[in-house]
Design a protein around this ligand. Structure first.
Ligand SMILES: Nc1ncnc2c1ncn2[C@@H]1O[C@H](COP(=O)(O)OP(=O)(O)O)[C@@H](O)[C@H]1O
Ligand SMILES: [Mg+2]
Length: 220
């Protein structure tokens, strides 16, 4: 599903990733770990092409995406659900509308939009808040809206950047459980986190970064 071959990324004169190579199989759930500043967010950005690698090759679903034309990027993005670290919710729209957007941009018809948004909100336990506005919800609930939006179109790949960054330990455990359920239905999931508690005892593979170097893998 994903393969990095000797991938490097430089910002000005800072190297965020240095000759990183790894692969993730279809259907896996994998944690990208390492301290703050180690390159985790950058690694995810190279997969959804918010940044381009400077050296090496990035393969997603068999395509070399790093050299993809800008006009083809939306085709790639439609296959991916992203949970951004800072949520990126639309605060002038209801919870329902925030999640529905992911389907509307894919041209799904309105009847199906309704059914799928409610299904997705049920998975993250926010069905009862569908008419609320995001600013009336807690940080943890806003994070769950972002997760519902990322999963609603049933993308083959889900990328989550510190998806438990703003929530208490019990809520974190619930979020990881939710990702495991979504993974069990077939989606490949990559979760970037600096928090070791998150992947402990999950039995999932961990890929560790440190100062932009790939420093090994383990099992959570
Ligand atoms: N847009 C940017 N411009 C300059 N430096 C950046 C930019 N984004 C990230 N960096 C730097 O690259 C390194 C890796 O950042 P990042 O991928 O965000 O790490 P992590 O997600 O592991 O905290 C950090 O030193 C960070 O300051
Ligand atoms: Mg980060």
């Amino acid at each position: 599903m994903i393969r990095f071959e000797d991938v490097s990324k430089h910002y000005d004169n800072h190297t965020a990733l240095r000759k990183v190579s790894f692969s993730v199989e279809r259907g896996e759930m994998v944690f990208i770990t390492g301290p703050s500043g180690s390159g985790k967010s950058t690694l995810l950005k190279l997969i959804y092409l918010s940044e381009r690698a400077d050296e090496g090759s990035v393969f997603v679903s068999g395509w070399e995406i790093n050299t993809m034309r800008d006009s083809d990027v939306p085709v790639l993005r439609r296959k991916i659900g992203v949970v951004y670290q800072e949520f990126r919710l639309l605060y002038n729209m209801s919870v329902f509308e925030n999640v529905a957007i992911a389907l509307r941009i894919r041209g799904v018809d309105e009847r199906e939009v309704k059914a799928r948004v409610f299904d997705s909100l049920k998975i993250v336990n926010l069905r009862h808040k569908s008419d609320n506005y995001p600013h009336a919800l807690s940080g943890g609930e806003q994070q769950r809206i972002a997760i519902a939006r990322a999963i609603v179109a049933e993308p083959i790949l889900i990328l989550a950047d510190e998806p438990t960054g703003n929530v208490d330990p019990d809520t974190s455990a619930g979020i990881i459980r939710t990702f495991k359920e979504i993974n069990a239905r077939g989606a490949t999931i990559l979760i970037a986190t600096h928090n070791r508690e998150l992947f402990r005892d999950t039995g999932k593979r961990t890929l560790k970064l440190d100062f932009g170097n790939f420093v090994g893998e383990g099992i959570g």
